[in-house]
Each structure stands twice: as structure tokens, then as C-alpha cells.
Write a protein that binds this ligand. Structure first.
Ligand code: NAD
Length: 300
């Protein structure tokens, strides 16, 4: 069995996979690989899938599989799977770090100190007693919610699926409009797909009464970037903290005139939600478990 590691995984993964066969990081060998491991960078579109001659399995190390044309791969007999369990804690901690950085003016104070400015007159605000709204209340969102409860926040959420088990700390509401209307903070956790594209747009923003902070650790395309930039300019959204963009190709992103990059009221990280050292180890272990299982079931 030839396994291609096509994107960045933990360095230990190559050794762990050796028990299954030959392991390569040479992308030019994709056409002969039986198993291909990708994260967000390798785009498995129709042309890529057409170029694969032996592939039986593509594993996305991480959650969102929007960089893989799953129906097309499956129509070619390729199993497509991901590592849904691994990333919850890592992404939740980043979402929380982004949320804490805004009311605590962290980047503002930091730059002040670096430039000899003692900016003590600018007051911080607290998360305690504030309302945090979630759009999407899946695995990662629930991890964020649990941490927010410990900070004394009130939790509301809109999700197409209401999970009874999460009602212990989450108040589910039937529409995204209702979720955002009294929110001080809004955290986005829906998958990237046609039905969630541009969900945060002018219309939804018009229901946000409290000039909330918007945090996005799910997918860049879930916001309408022009509408969010306009809301940042006119103050209807007070801040946008994001880990995700319309593309993961940095060269393309920095040359595309993405309006969010031009705003002063943003905190930006380069899609590192799943990139904790601990999580990359967890992802590697889940990849190995998946290969082991599918092998024992005779599927690969
Ligand atoms: P999940 O499947 O556990 O949760 C997604 C939730 O969204 C589900 O509860 C689902 O019912 C809900 N949902 C789907 N469509 C919806 C809609 N139209 N309106 C409202 N709710 C809807 O997934 P998760 O593990 O929580 O991950 C969420 C997303 O986070 C992933 O799909 C991925 O895009 C993103 N992610 C980002 C990073 C990162 O590095 N920043 C890492 C992992 C995952």
C-alpha cells in the first residue's frame, strides 16, 4: 500500500504509518497512491480525482471536507473521510482566545507598549454576564460554550439540528435572527457548504442590535465580506476576529483585495485553529485508526 501525505501533518505520522506500507510526501506520486492524506491545502477537485489511478481512500485530517469533491470521489469508488473527533478542543481554544483578545484590547495595548505608549485610559470590558450567540452548535461550538459558561456568559444558539443533550447550557432559538439580536458576541461554527455561504450578510447584520463582536473559526465564505466590512465601518459590528478566509492560498488571498484585510477593526490568524501540537498528534492517531479499521473491513 502506498500512502501519500499531501499536506502538513505531525512529523511523527510518517513513522506511525510505516506499518501499513510505503509512505511518501512526494505529491507527484498522487497518481499511484492507494491512500491520500490531505488537510485544507490540497484541493481534491474533479481534475485531481481524475488523475488518481489507484486511490481507494482520501482522509481529510481535520473536520471540513469542502476542499474535496466527495460525491465525485465516491463515484470513482474512493472512500472520503475525515477526523471529526480530533479538533474540537484546539479550535475551541482559538475561538476563545480570539473572543478574549477583543474586550481586553490585547493587540492595541501590545502595540502601544512596543511604541512607548501607556494606553491605560482605554478601558477593558468583561465577558462576564454578556450574551454569546452561536450559529451552528456542533462539536466545536459546544466546547466553546462550555468554556463561556465558566466565564459567566449566557449562551444562545441557532442550529438546524437541536441536540437535546446540549440544552444543559445552551438556549436554542429557531432562527439565526433570533440568535443574534441580543448578542454581545457571535461565534460561527457551521460547515462550509452552499446553504451556509454568505449566511452573515446585510440582512442578518440588520438584526444585530448590540454592535457585537463577530468571531469566525469555521469558514471564510460563511460571511459576506463586503457586508461585514461595511458593518465594521458603520459600527453595527464592533469587531471581526477570524481564522478563516475565502482561500487558504496565502499568495492568492493577499493579492485578491479581500475587504476584511483592509479594516482596522479586525484580529486575524492564518487558519491555525486545528494546528495545536496536541491536535496534530490526535489527528495522526485518528488517521491511523481509520486506515486500520478500513483495512480490517477489507475496504482498502
Ligand atoms: P459539527 O458537524 O460538529 O457542527 C456543525 C454544526 O453546524 C452541526 O450541529 C450542524 O447541524 C450545523 N449546521 C449545518 N448547517 C447549518 C445551517 N445552515 N444553519 C445552522 N446550523 C447548521 O462540526 P464541528 O466539528 O463543530 O466543525 C464546524 C466547522 O468548523 C467545520 O465544518 C469546519 O468548517 C470548521 N473548522 C475549522 C477549523 C479551523 O482550523 N479554523 C478546524 C476544524 C473545523
Amino acid at each position: 500500500m502506498l500512502i501519500l501525505i499531501s499536506d502538513a501533518f505531525d512529523a511523527s505520522l510518517e513513522g506511525k504509518l510505516a506499518r501499513f506500507g510505503e509512505v511518501t510526501t512526494d505529491k507527484a506520486r498522487a497518481c499511484e497512491a492507494d491512500v491520500i492524506l490531505v488537510r485544507a491545502k490540497t484541493i481534491c477537485d474533479k481534475a485531481y480525482i481524475d488523475s488518481l489511478k489507484n486511490c481507494k481512500l482520501i482522509i481529510r485530517g481535520g473536520v471540513g471536507i469542502d476542499n474535496i469533491d466527495k460525491p465525485y470521489a465516491e463515484s470513482h469508488g474512493i472512500i472520503v473521510t475525515n477526523t471529526p473527533k480530533a479538533s474540537g478542543i484546539a479550535v475551541a481554544e482559538l475561538a476563545f482566545a480570539l473572543m478574549l483578545s477583543v474586550p481586553n484590547n490585547l493587540t492595541y495595548y501590545h502595540h502601544g507598549m512596543k511604541h512607548g505608549e501607556w494606553l491605560k485610559n482605554t478601558k477593558r470590558t468583561e465577558l462576564y454576564g454578556k450574551t454569546l450567540a452561536f450559529i451552528g452548535m456542533g462539536n466545536i461550538a459546544y466546547q466553546v460554550a462550555k468554556r463561556a459558561v465558566a466565564f459567566g456568559m449566557n449562551i444562545v444558539a441557532y442550529d438546524v439540528y437541536v441536540d437535546e443533550k446540549k440544552k444543559d447550557i445552551v438556549k436554542f432559538v429557531p432562527t439565526p435572527e433570533e440568535a443574534v439580536e441580543n448578542a454581545d458576541y457571535i461565534s460561527l461554527h457551521v460547515p462550509g457548504m452552499d446553504s451556509t455561504k454568505g449566511m452573515v450578510n446585510k440582512e442578518l447584520i440588520s438584526h444585530m442590535k448590540k454592535h457585537p463582536v463577530l468571531i469566525n473559526t469555521c469558514r471564510g465564505a460563511v460571511i459576506n465580506a463586503d457586508d461585514v466590512k461595511e458593518a465594521l465601518d458603520n459600527g453595527s459590528i464592533s469587531w471581526y476576529a477570524t481564522d478563516v478566509y475565502p482561500t487558504d492560498n496565502a499568495e492568492k488571498l493577499f493579492s485578491m483585495d479581500y475587504p476584511i484585510l483592509g479594516s482596522d477593526r479586525v484580529t486575524l490568524t492564518p487558519h491555525v485553529g486545528a494546528n495545536s501540537k496536541e491536535n496534530l498528534l490526535r489527528i495522526g492517531d485518528e488517521v491511523c485508526d481509520t486506515i486500520e479499521r478500513l483495512k480490517s473491513e477489507g475496504k482498502i
